[in-house]
Design a protein around this ligand. Structure first.
Ligand SMILES: CC(C)(COP(=O)(O)OP(=O)(O)OC[C@H]1O[C@@H](n2cnc3c(N)ncnc32)[C@H](O)[C@@H]1OP(=O)(O)O)[C@@H](O)C(=O)NCCC(=O)NCCS
Length: 167
């Protein structure tokens, strides 16, 4: 068996600049206008659930999870997820998502929402949630609204407007 090419660990404050640069590269300045950004604006991401992938000394990947509500139920928003193109297609993106979901489950969280591509996130436990069940506070392609339940049955509680934790 090959040794892993990267190490996953929780994000620390000194990773901030590298993560910002990675987000800039992956999403560009338009990222601040996205509906997912509105959902996490002004709310610190959860440092225990937000992870980075290190390739040697380089920070090559990052995932952040932020508390939100869906209706009155606490939930997490996953994103941004980004892997630097130098380190793409080595499994780091999927490993970051899996590790953050495992840690969230371990800490008693029940469900995770994201806006993303079902073909990528479906095999990681996410499924499409129709707009009749969950609405987002801004424009979004309804096919890209996905939820993973961390405990059986949690999906049933996902009803209503997804809200920023501070609203
Ligand atoms: C999407 C992203 C996180 C994937 O990271 P990664 O470490 O290269 O992904 P992995 O190595 O875990 O997985 C690679 C596989 O996912 C597939 N994949 C990548 N992006 C995909 C997408 N948007 N939809 C479907 N499949 C996708 C690849 O084709 C590859 O498939 P294969 O295993 O059959 O060859 C990375 O490309 C990235 O940061 N992109 C720009 C930002 C972005 O789109 N983030 C996601 C926001 S929803």
């Amino acid at each position: 068996m090959h040794a892993p090419l990267y190490l996953i660990r929780p994000e620390v404050a000194s990773d901030d600049a590298e993560i910002e640069a990675l987000h800039d590269l992956a999403f560009g300045p338009g990222r601040f206008a996205r509906t997912a950004h509105r959902l996490r604006e002004g709310v610190p991401h959860d440092p225990d659930l937000s992870l980075v992938a290190l390739f040697g000394h380089r920070l090559g990947g990052s995932v952040r999870l932020t508390p939100i509500r869906i209706g009155d139920e606490p939930a997490l928003l996953l994103g941004p997820l980004a892997v630097h193109p130098d380190f793409g297609n080595r499994g780091a993106g999927r490993a970051l998502v899996r590790a953050s979901l495992d840690e969230a489950r371990r800490r008693g969280h029940r469900m995770v929402l994201l806006v993303g591509d079902e073909p990528y996130y479906g095999p990681l436990g996410f499924r499409h949630v129709p707009p009749a069940r969950v609405q987002l506070p801004g424009p979004v392609d309804p096919k890209r609204v996905l939820i993973a339940e961390l405990v059986p049955g949690a999906y049933e509680a996902a009803q209503g407007l997804a809200k920023n934790w501070r609203w």
